[in-house]
Design a protein around this ligand. Structure first.
Ligand code: ZN
Length: 138
């Protein structure tokens, strides 16, 4: 079951140029930086209420985020919904004819399990499912 928006992912060329806006101007809580090797990105996490803002900075040219910025510029990259059972969620989506990018969950920031829905199936909004570390999985 999807329980809430977990975070909004925003592609940036440089954290230095954008972290101060969210942290110092808007006053969001800064949770820290983390490298996600699998995605070739460094992530800056900020929190407002129950929702996080994930600033994604590419750490190599082969990063999907580098390609995204090259094609479309900086900006909103994806919306992530939190689920309490990612594997069950994926099979329910597939039963409904939804096309997944990831049919098997992979590891995201903070040891979450994540899977992306193909934008073809979600109105061209790149949509991520994520399950918190330690949450139950069916
Ligand atoms: Zn994300």
């Amino acid at each position: 079951m999807i329980t809430q928006i977990d975070h909004i992912g925003i592609a940036v060329k440089s954290h230095d140029a954008h972290v101060p806006f969210y942290r110092d101007v808007l006053g969001f809580e800064f949770l820290g930086f983390e490298k996600v090797a699998e995605q070739k990105v460094k992530v800056a996490m900020l929190k407002v209420g129950e929702v996080k803002i994930e600033l994604l900075q590419p750490i190599s040219e082969g990063s999907p985020i580098a390609k995204f910025i090259e094609k479309r510029g900086e900006g909103i990259h994806h919306i992530a919904y939190r689920t309490d059972g990612i594997s069950g969620q994926i099979s329910d989506l597939k039963k409904n004819g939804i096309q997944m990018i990831d049919e098997i969950p992979k590891i995201g920031a903070h040891e979450t399990q994540i899977a992306f829905i193909h934008p073809k199936s979600s109105g061209r909004v790149l949509t991520e499912l994520c399950q918190m570390k330690g949450a139950h999985n069916e």
